[in-house]
Design a protein. Structure first.
Lengths: 231, 361
């Protein structure tokens, strides 16, 4: 692998994986909570919440990147507050790339988890209740294990989508080698560089490989999990 | 009322307004009535799965719901075991995990010996590591029963636990239910459409229709009430208690003593002197003005007509054999031909094979 890829391309690959992993894992608890809220509760403004969660699907990523830049930049009130009090800086950092990716792929996670929660027989929850299980107990002993295939599907889809993120990252955290230059940004840079076509082609091939591996893995894991939970 | 159920609830056009005795003593009360009568609403309200507009639920002296005092124990703390018609086993847990789900959360947990006893009672020994998906319908019902029993409930609600099973599976599970009824001291409310199941399991019967309790009492009294059986979609038949008088091993028959008369039925595997329940369906009872001669039927009982109820082509005739009651369903034409009236002395002719025919009731 290292022979096939140049040092810089290898860095882009590992960075991409790191950003995607962080984005998905940090987004997952929130996604599960939102999915649970949408699947199990009726409340005023549900349509609005649903809309906001799905907004990243239709919003131009560049617009999101811009919004993040003006709200979390070091001179913006929120960005300055985070930097001074917690030492957290998103701009020009890989964490910013992860944040942008997490927001953009959030709807994928919520959707998959929500579908698997809605597919659960509400009678099971009633049975658990009569058997003495309170709300939190039902969540961990019933909803969560039964939603596992959906959670995995959401994680894999979101992970794959993170690997392709471009517009929001380049707008929000720029194109810094080793810090924010993920594979798509590296491809873009290679195309802009005279004689970079071969590097761009290698990176594109790598993207295809990653996407395929992800899909196959997701399918295998989902099948195993379904068998495990008896569906 | 020290223990009992009072419920008022409106659901769209349906109005439930029911009050009955339940939960004071062990034994099975059958909640009996046509679909849409409100049986499931009652079950859900007692279990705490719906909140009725008005209600008082007292089980064994413990108040679980009293809307007037603003008291409502949440479902998870009521300790009311429910066996749902669709079993509702947890698909991600094996049989063992399902059985212990309630027990692990109960204030009084089932220890190993109690668990083993219930597993043995329901014949679940070989299934403990299986997933619900791989079980047959009858096996699933047994697991659902075990799961509810092992939580050590104050009362057990069975919502048509056999309705989803075919006749063979029902026959397989009924003996388990009978053993359960005899070996546990838990009040049970058994929802059913089937007089057969009621006859085998229940002591008391609560008949509901259109959200109201129309009769409540012992199964022996209620099964002979014409106002309940006439025009009812349920197969009418009386449930009687009789004593084993003798066995005729050569012909595989058993002779019962019923209100001083002898009734011959197919062999019942019980000792002489023991009491058994029999069920005699109204269409199987023939009436004659004089004692018939040269007929194949073994049982010819002298009875008095006590009441008559006519619907469509049918006439349901209630008959008294001393304190026991029978019901005969004949045509209205026969009723007129025989000129039957309350007080008429007739003979009830009952073929032995029709009495024992259904699972040796």
């Amino acid at each position: 692998m290292a022979g096939f890829l140049s040092e810089a391309e290898w860095v882009a690959l590992t960075l991409s994986l790191k950003v995607a992993l962080a984005a998905v894992l940090c987004g997952l608890p929130f996604a599960f909570f939102c999915a649970l809220l949408l699947a199990r509760r009726d409340f005023r403004g549900k349509t609005l919440v649903d809309g906001v969660i799905h907004l990243p699907l239709v919003l131009p990523p560049v617009a999101l990147g811009y919004l993040l830049l003006i709200s979390l930049g070091t001179r913006a009130p929120l960005g300055a507050f985070l930097l001074q009090n917690f030492g957290i800086r998103f701009v020009f950092s890989w964490t910013g790339a992860a944040l942008a990716s997490a927001i953009l792929t959030f709807p994928f996670q919520v959707r998959a988890i929500r579908l698997s929660l809605e597919a659960q027989d509400p009678g099971l929850a009633q049975a658990a209740e009569t058997l003495g299980a309170g709300p939190l107990d039902r969540l961990t002993s019933l909803y969560l294990p039964l939603a596992l295939p959906g959670i995995l599907a959401g994680v894999v889809t979101a992970f794959a989508a993170c690997l392709g993120e471009f517009g929001a990252i380049i707008t929000f955290v720029s194109n810094i080698p080793g810090e924010t230059r993920t594979i798509p940004l590296a491809i873009y840079t290679a195309i802009q560089t005279p004689g970079g076509e071969a590097a761009a082609a290698r990176l594109a091939a790598l993207s295809i490989l990653l996407a395929l591996a992800g899909l196959v893995l997701a399918d295998v894991v989902a099948r195993r999990v379904r068998a495990q939970i008896g569906q | 009322m020290s223990s009992g159920i009072q419920l008022r609830h409106r659901l769209d056009a349906f109005q439930l307004d029911a009050a009955f005795e339940f939960g004071n003593s062990p034994g099975v009360s059958a909640l009996f009535g046509p679909s849409g009568a409100g049986k499931s609403t009652i079950i859900n309200a007692i279990a705490g799965l719906i909140a009725p507009e008005f209600g008082r639920i007292v089980i064994n002296g413990e108040t679980l719901l009293d809307t007037e005092r603003g008291l409502s124990v949440p479902a998870r703390a009521r300790r009311i075991g429910v066996v749902f018609q669709d079993t509702r086993l947890f698909p991600h847990l094996d049989v063992q995990g399902n059985l212990l789900y309630g027990s692990r959360r109960a204030p009084v947990k089932s220890d190993a010996s109690r668990t083993a006893a219930v597993v043995g009672l329901l014949g679940l020994e070989g299934l403990l590591n299986r997933r619900p998906r791989t079980l047959s319908g009858g096996e699933r019902s047994r697991v659902a029963l075990g799961r509810a029993l092992l939580m050590n409930p104050r009362a057990l609600l069975l919502d048509e636990p056999l309705a989803a099973l075919d006749a063979a599976r029902k026959a397989e599970i009924l003996p388990y239910l009978e053993r359960l009824v005899h070996e546990t001291q838990i009040p049970m409310l058994y929802v059913s459409h089937s007089l057969d199941e009621v006859a085998r399991l229940a002591d008391r019967m609560i008949v509901i229709d259109k959200g109201r309790v129309i009769a409540e009492g012992s199964v022996f009294d209620l099964s002979a009430r014409l106002d309940l059986v006439a025009g009812s979609p349920l197969l009418p038949g009386v449930i009687l208690q009789a004593k084993i008088a003798a066995h005729d091993e050569a012909h595989a028959l058993t002779e019962l003593e019923l209100a001083g008369e002898s009734v011959v039925v197919p062999r019942i595997a019980k000792a002489i002197g023991e009491t058994v329940r029999i069920r005699i369906d109204a269409p199987d009872v023939m009436l004659a003005l004089s004692r018939p001669e040269g007929v194949s039927a073994n049982n010819i009982l002298p009875v008095l007509v006590t009441a008559i109820e006519q619907t469509g082509p049918n006439a349901d005739v209630q008959l008294a054999l001393k304190e026991a009651r029978l019901v005969a369903r004949i045509t209205r034409r026969s009723l007129e031909r025989l000129a039957l009236k309350p007080g008429t002395a007739v003979f009830a002719v009952i073929k032995s094979v029709t009495v024992g025919g259904r699972e040796h009731l």
